[in-house]
Design a protein around this ligand. Structure first.
Ligand code: COA
Ligand code: AMP
Length: 632
């Protein structure tokens, strides 16, 4: 009889070293580890120290050598450009080796950083794997960020080379990446030696002589590069994510633990066998794209789908079903917001043709809270298990899930089910005591975290300790609050910091406030995440103007919206700023953002006992009502 979730989970916690050593047998190691887990520097832990491997070798070469050379590795399906391209493992290996050769010729070697600023073209996947091949550290930046955000990442990662493209394509416009990249390099203190630019037919990028290379030419003339063996504990990538300030956190992923965890997750969590088609409808700029468009499926010998389009509008709300049918997708992973978008346009699911989704086995959702209505809609329309699972850029794979490959447990809407093997999840109060079932507190995980989760922040070990390990000694603070019910189901309710989740994209309201505060007419401001039917949450800015400012308020509000778009990027979806007379604060001067959010969302709230002047709340409610918010 197959082992149950309870058995496997218990074993993962009682003897993690034996558990993960067994999982590691499925990976190629050029040299085996000295120890499975190094706890000598607790609370900093390292998995598989002493082992030597290569992530690209495990994702491509190993499969080519092992009989999958002619199996499809990557299907690029781009309804936005009308292109579908298929790559076998052999073809993908060939292209990756050549691009690794381009990087090597540009002086990139083990440990050097390479910034990848790419649309959802196959070259984005090739770029990441080419870095991994050389033991170089990639840092992928999502295309929806503005030049200044890109500049911050260039200065932090100090890349030798940037891999980019002439443009990305959004349904309503061509986004020219190259001018954004040029501007970012101009702003940044650090200057990369080379930029390798993929010229896409939709826009021609102007090249900077002496610095920029044409991707196609460089690849055509490059010598294929072999794999460079690296330590399991060497970094594979840095992925920046929103923190509480404008300075993003550089999440570091290592090679060995990541290989083991992702490979294990493909069968045990997603329930797929090598050779099957797996589709994560996300973007390579996010952690979901890193783990489950690129690395997880390829490490495990699956065929992965790279989709350049949107759930609606490219061309319609039936595109997901077309892709599933055309490529025989067995498992789909996306964000709830994608399903809300589809549901909005096709409420009865009339566009879902049963024969198109007959092969689909499971739908996985993550990136934001999966609202029960959306989960129910998907269950009813697709007739397959819909699995909400909870994870973060930091963790790299899921903390809680219903592990389809082990045992499907009964679903409780609103809960991502139970902790995944390796994750000892607890709920603590402020005094670091565990709370009773059903009581809300901080969601934490007991150290050590399992393989695959981040060992540190890029060149910021102290920030790692302060942000994640200090408040609850012996635990990792997830930054989420929630509870665990009597049956052990985990509920993730809200963030405990100023991170909001907009269309599954993680953003910092603190960072938006920093941008707004720089407007010359703004004295102070507050940004809150208000409920949004499509995107889950949307940012809303309240502005208090400097005394004596007499300019038209509407003009200032418009400038504020533009500033956030220019400084952070369109991905922030910052569409509304409202001028108010004053902001509600505590007597010690802390802005009551939670109360503002509740008023905007018409949620019940109690007037905080620490409020300085309760008379401000009706004023705020009135301002929000006039701007179209419910207003309490
Ligand atoms: N490059 C440049 N701009 C981008 C971009 C990219 N890669 N991705 C998004 N943007 C822009 C969009 O064009 C939009 O600009 P606009 O304000 O001019 O319209 C803005 O950033 C906000 O994008 P988004 O929040 O994605 O909203 P949307 O209205 O374009 O699409 C959804 C809404 C729900 C269809 C879309 O978010 C979606 O498909 N989400 C599900 C999948 C997913 O991305 N999951 C992420 C984590 S798993
Ligand atoms: P990111 O780092 O962008 O993946 O965002 C991580 C954050 O998204 C988490 O800390 C949660 O706040 C939220 N999140 C992700 N998945 C879920 C989920 N299944 N349920 C509730 N919140 C989620």
């Amino acid at each position: 009889m197959a082992a149950s979730y309870d058995d496997i989970y218990a074993r993962s916690l009682s003897d993690p070293e034996a558990f993960w050593a067994e999982a590691a047998e499925d990976i190629h190691w050029e040299r085996r580890w000295d120890r499975v887990l190094d706890d000598s520097r607790a609370p900093f832990y390292r998995w598989f120290p002493g082992a030597v491997t290569n992530t690209c070798y495990n994702s491509l070469d190993r499969h080519v050598e092992g009989g999958r050379a002619d199996q499809l590795a990557l299907i690029y399906d781009s309804p936005i450009t009308g292109v579908i391209e298929r790559f076998t493992y052999r073809e993908l290996l060939d292209r990756v080796s050549r691009v690794a050769g381009v990087l090597a010729e540009a002086g990139v070697g083990k440990g050097d950083r390479v910034l990848v600023y790419m649309p959802m073209a196959p070259e984005a996947v090739i770029a990441m794997l080419a870095c991994a091949r050389l033991g170089a550290v990639h840092s992928v930046v999502f295309g929806g960020f503005a030049a200044s955000e890109l500049a911050v990442r260039i200065d932090d990662a100090t890349p030798k080379v940037v891999l980019s493209a002439s443009c990305g394509i959004e349904p309503n416009r061509i986004v020219e990446y190259k001018p954004l990249l040029d501007e970012a390099i101009e702003i940044a203190t650090h200057k990369p030696d080379r930029c390798v630019i993929l010229q896409r037919p939709q826009a021609e990028a102007e090249m900077v002589a002496g610095r920029d290379l044409n991707w196609a030419d460089a690849e055509a003339s490059a010598e294929p590069a072999p794999c460079t063996w690296v330590e399991a504990t060497d970094p594979l990538y840095i992925l920046y994510t929103s923190g509480t300030t404008g300075q993003p956190k550089g999440i570091v992923r290592d090679n060995g633990g990541h290989l083991v965890a992702l490979n294990w997750s493909m069968r045990n969590i997603y329930g797929v066998e090598p050779g099957e088609v797996y589709w994560a409808a996300s973007d390579v700029g996010w952690v979901v794209g890193h783990s489950y468009i690129v690395y997880g499926p390829l490490i495990h010998g699956n065929t992965t789908v790279l989709f350049e389009g949107k759930p609606v509008g490219t061309p319609d709300a039936a595109v997901y079903w077309r892709v599933i049918a055309e490529h025989d997708v067995k498992v789909l992973f996306t964000a709830p917001t994608a399903f809300r978008a589809i549901k909005q346009q096709d409420p009865n699911g009339d566009l879902i043709r049963p024969e198109q989704i007959a092969g689909l086995r499971t739908l996985f959702l993550a990136g934001e809270r999966a609202d029960p209505d959306t989960v129910q809609w998907a269950e009813d329309r697709l007739g397959v298990p819909v699995i909400d699972h909870w994870w973060q850029t930091e963790t790299g794979w899921s903390i809680c899930a219903n592990p389809a490959g082990i045992e499907l447990m009964p679903v409780k809407h609103g809960s991502p089910t139970k902790p995944v093997p390796g994750w000892d999840v607890r709920v603590l109060d402020e005094a670091t005591n565990e709370v009773a079932p059903g009581e809300i507190g901080a969601l934490v995980a007991r150290l050590p975290l399992p393989p695959g989760s981040f060992p540190t922040l890029w060149q910021a070990e102290e920030r790692y300790r302060e942000a994640y390990l200090e408040e609850f000694p012996g635990y990792y603070k997830t930054g989420d609050a929630g509870y665990i019910d009597e049956d052990g189901y985990v509920y993730v309710m809200t963030r405990t910091d100023d991170v909001i989740n907009v269309a599954g994209h993680r953003l910092s309201t603190g960072q938006m406030e920093e941008v707004l505060a720089a407007h010359p007419d703004v004295a102070e401001c507050a940004v809150v995440g208000v409920a949004d039917e499509l995107k889950g949450q949307a940012p809303l800015g309240l502005l208090v103007l400097n005394a004596g400012v007499e300019r038209e308020q509407g003009a200032i509000e418009g400038e504020a919206v533009r500033l956030v778009r220019e400084q952070i990027g369109p991905v922030a979806s910052f569409k509304t700023a409202i001028v108010v007379g004053r902001l509600p604060k505590t007597r010690s001067g802390k802005i009551l953002r939670g109360t503002v959010q509740k008023i905007a969302d018409s949620e019940a709230y109690t007037v905080p006992p620490t409020i300085d002047d309760p008379a401000i709340l009706p004023e705020i409610a009135e301002a929000l009502r006039s701007a179209g918010y419910a207003g309490g």
